[in-house]
Design a protein around this ligand. Structure first.
Ligand code: SF4
Length: 338
């Protein structure tokens, strides 16, 4: 039998990330460590804008691009005037010169409204990624996010009604977490049909209020094993609605690596979760085959993640009836199972 991976096709545009740590944020959230993620504890907006102009001129002269410009790390829609206008004006000038194809930003669900988004859309913004974290009132309250699940859902509707593409970010394992909550949040997110999702299991980072809670024994983060299992369960739910999952876990950075105190922080977290999700797809197909499998051809683009980190899933494929020789990576788009 032939079948395809259920994951939507990846986007082709390259992202040009611009980090604005804590810029526009009404306060610092208990878990947030933008300073450790970016190596900077505040954003000098004028310096960032100047540097961006210099860098864009330089890469344009080298004939590179186009890029999708992405403003991350703060609350873009709550930046003080005239900073959103200045950043979007720069993007528009370089869009006209062919360097920028699209512009996105991240922000909080309680910092968007129709008028503001329509104004930013008219200035050239294309997409808003909402740091939802959870749709659950209890988890939001225990994490001090300052908004309800209804506000989070309403913000998704507001983004789409403003003609902007929607991205959502979930942060499973927050204070107030309980069994089943993340999968419930994933189903809610999938039902909103965003273009993209990012899933960042909660980490305890030095210097955050969450680190104090953890040190007092008042917060217990997820284990890496649980994070892998939960993310692997979430992926097919999002993929089934055409949602591209563009990040699983925080990317390792030297300043982050040395400051993570606890939680599911592993460089191969995403690889392990994606591999486990793919194993479940293949397990289902093998059951449909109703005989011991003799061959599995796998599109070669999955060769790096197929067996998981350190071939951790090789025994599971063996148990399904495959030998090392019966699994082949081939230059094709679909899987073949015989
Ligand atoms: S989680 Fe988002 S809103 Fe909260 S402090 Fe960090 S960047 Fe700002």
């Amino acid at each position: 039998m032939r079948f395809s991976h259920s994951e939507p096709q990846p986007a082709s545009a390259r992202i040009w990330p611009v980090f604005l740590p804590f810029a526009g944020c009404p306060y610092r959230c208990v878990f947030c460590a933008q300073d450790k993620q970016t190596g900077r504890d505040h954003a000098d907006l004028a310096a960032i804008l100047d540097q961006l102009e210099t860098d864009f001129d330089s890469v344009l002269a080298q004939g590179r691009g186009p890029y999708e410009l992405a403003f991350y790390g703060g609350t873009f829609t709550a930046l003080p005037a005239p900073w959103p206008e200045r950043f979007l004006d720069l993007a528009t000038r370089f869009r006209k010169r062919g360097l920028i194809a699209r512009v996105r930003c991240s922000t909080r669900p309680d910092c968007v409204d129709s008028d503001g988004l329509e104004r930013l859309s008219a200035l050239g913004l294309d997409m808003v990624e909402l740091g939802i974290q959870s749709f659950d009132d209890e988890a939001l309250r225990a994490s001090g996010r300052g908004y309800s699940g209804a506000v989070a859902r309403g913000a998704c509707d507001t983004v789409r009604a403003s003609g902007l593409a929607l991205g959502v970010q979930l942060l499973p394992g927050l204070p107030g977490d309980r069994p089943g909550l993340f999968q419930s949040d994933v189903r809610t997110a999938a039902g909103l049909k965003p273009e993209t999702a990012r899933l960042y299991p909660c980490l305890v980072v030095r210097g955050t209020p969450l680190a104090d809670l953890w040190e007092r024994g008042a917060y217990v983060p997820w284990t890496t094993d649980r994070a892998v299992r939960e993310l692997a369960e979430a992926l097919p739910v999002l993929w089934a609605e055409g949602v591209r999952v563009i990040r699983l876990g925080l990317a390792p950075e030297p300043t982050l690596d040395e400051n993570v105190l606890a939680g599911p922080f592993h460089p191969a977290l995403g690889q392990s979760a994606r591999a486990l999700a793919l194993l479940e797809i293949i397990r289902t197909r093998v059951a449909e085959l109703e005989q011991r499998p003799s061959l599995l051809e796998v599109p070669s683009r999955y060769s790096g993640e197929f067996y998981g980190h350190g071939r951790e899933l090789a025994p599971a494929y063996f148990e399904l009836g495959f030998s090392r020789d019966s699994i082949r990576f081939v230059d094709t788009d679909s899987f073949l199972l015989e």
